[in-house]
Design a protein around this ligand. Sequence first.
Ligand code: NI
Length: 139
Amino acid sequence: MSGLSRIGVAIDTGLLEKFDRLISERGYTNRSEAFRDLIRDDLVRKDAESPDSQVIGTVTLVYDHHVRLLQEKLTAIQHDHHHSILSTLHVHLDHDNCLEVLVVRGRSEEVRRVAAVLISTKGVKHGRLVITTTGAGFK
Ligand code: NI
């Protein structure tokens, strides 16, 4: 059963001031939504810890497409895991560098494995997996 509950939180004044500055910089207009987002973020993270949980997310990669066979390797890995990759976006950043964003979905363990293989491929300058939620079950 879902409803709205009110809670009181005792918090150190200095810590609360820092929190208020932080959330203001992030564009929050009230503490409640900031608290809710912190809680949701932790719940998403906890849920994704289970290898069998279904997750959705993005893998961001930056690489130099001149590195020998790198683009071919990254494409081959993506084809090997095509069930986990819903879509890709490729941006030519400059003469050398490419940015790729992959939307991934599937078992947490599988999504993490694909991301780890892509990010650890030699020549990838930076990579990051961000797991989020499909939104189902979240208010
Ligand atoms: Ni490119």
